[in-house]
Design a protein around this ligand. Structure first.
Ligand code: ATP
Length: 365
């Protein structure tokens, strides 16, 4: 559960990390609320791991500050922060049992053996591994090892949990199963969590909010649905999910709508666009928001005819590649159960693609 208070629980203020002239993190500010699962998402080299490492104290910022629950952590070493980081490799001790792996940090902190036992049992129950307490890590599956690592990270009841590509070592199917398991455990404990991933599906499934990073900067911060539905730049639109980006120019600028002319079609946009005539824009159109039909739809805008060049059947839906007059190919995804029998298309069929004006987002950068 996310509690929103006056001041954010974790405040990242204008943080910069300069590695000999390379700004791995470039003036990043973020507010993260208590109990939130927050994902830093971006491709390799965007700076997400460096930002996470600064939260953990493994790297110190060149400038800026990191405040957790009102306390400035910027210059505290990792062991003095109420934070735990789970590394991608899990870093479990191979010679220790699951029980001893979880107990390790508690014993090192001088906790009494009764309290250690109680806490370890509680953690084993939480990750549903009580029956595996005596096993060594190599006697467990990847998913189980991941849960041991999580139990160990949570054992000291950190205020902030940092996850570095938490499911990166698992294969795709196991990763999908484990995503929700992990979210349930984190939510049950109520710990605030910042995770790093390059996998957009993982971020969308697990996080309450996502920050998209590129070249050390934040491009957009928002809930998964918000970023998907209203990306602020072409980069974000393309990075999250599939999208058709269609280049055009702004042709008319009425108080309540604009018309955008593209090589193959005109778009009518009835909301929130301002700009000058002739301005170059891109229209972002998600494949599942386009409908296909053999008959030309009524209405002047938001439709285009093309030829089916490719189709891929995925059981519940089909993805069509429709080639337009200019040669541009757009992707259209149709739910098979919703298709009208006469609109079931095959290779080389001519078809009309059409969509509502609210289906499209106009991007200027
Ligand atoms: P990946 O997903 O590949 O781990 P990332 O998005 O997490 O990538 P970072 O590891 O944060 O990216 O790296 C950001 C940039 O900073 C990269 O250009 C990287 O080469 C550079 N960098 C990271 N650590 C160091 C370091 N210790 N010394 C010098 N440059 C570094």
């Amino acid at each position: 559960m996310v509690k929103s208070q006056g001041h954010a629980y974790l405040q990242i203020r204008d943080v910069v990390k300069d590695f000999g002239g390379v700004k791995a993190v470039n003036h990043v500010s973020l507010d993260i609320q208590k109990g939130e699962i927050f994902a830093l998402l971006g491709s390799s080299g965007c700076g997400k791991t460096t930002l996470l490492r600064m939260l953990g104290g493994f790297d110190l910022p060149t400038s800026g500050s990191i405040v957790l629950d009102g306390k400035d952590l910027s210059n505290l070493p990792p062991y003095e922060r109420p934070i735990n980081m789970m590394f991608q490799s899990y870093a479990l001790f191979p010679h220790l049992s699951v029980w001893d792996n979880i107990a390790f940090g508690l014993r090192r902190d001088g906790m009494s053996s009764d309290s250690v036992a109680q806490r370890v049992e509680e953690m084993l129950k939480l990750v549903q591994l009580s029956k595996f307490a005596k096993r060594k890590p190599h006697q467990m599956s990847g998913g189980q090892q991941q849960r041991v690592a999580l139990a160990r990270s949570l054992a000291k009841r950190p205020n902030l949990l940092l996850l570095d590509e938490p499911l990166g070592a698992l294969d795709k199917k196991l990763r999908e199963e484990t995503q929700l398991e992990l979210v349930n455990i984190i939510e049950e404990v109520g710990v605030t969590c910042v995770m790093v991933t390059h996998d957009q599906e993982e971020a969308m499934t697990m996080a309450s909010r996502i920050a998209i990073m590129s070249e050390g900067r934040l491009l957009q911060v928002g809930a998964p649905g918000e970023i998907y539905e209203t990306p602020s730049t072409r980069f974000v639109a393309d990075f999250i999910g599939n999208v058709n980006l269609i280049a055009g120019t702004l042709d008319e600028d009425h108080p309540d709508h604009v018309v955008i002319r593209c090589q193959d079609m005109t778009h009518y946009v009835g909301h929130g666009i301002t700009g000058h005539q002739g301005m170059e824009v891109s229209v972002a159109l998600r494949p599942e928001k386009i409908r296909l039909s053999r008959q030309e739809p009524t209405g002047q805008h938001n439709k285009v005819q093309g030829k089916v060049r490719e189709l891929s059947y995925f059981g519940s839906y089909t993805v069509y590649h429709l080639q337009l007059g200019s040669g541009q190919v757009i992707k259209v995804s149709q739910i098979n159960a919703e298709r009208h029998p006469e609109d079931v298309l095959t290779w080389d069929d001519l078809a009309w693609a059409h969509w509502s004006d609210s289906a499209q987002v106009v991007l200027t950068q």
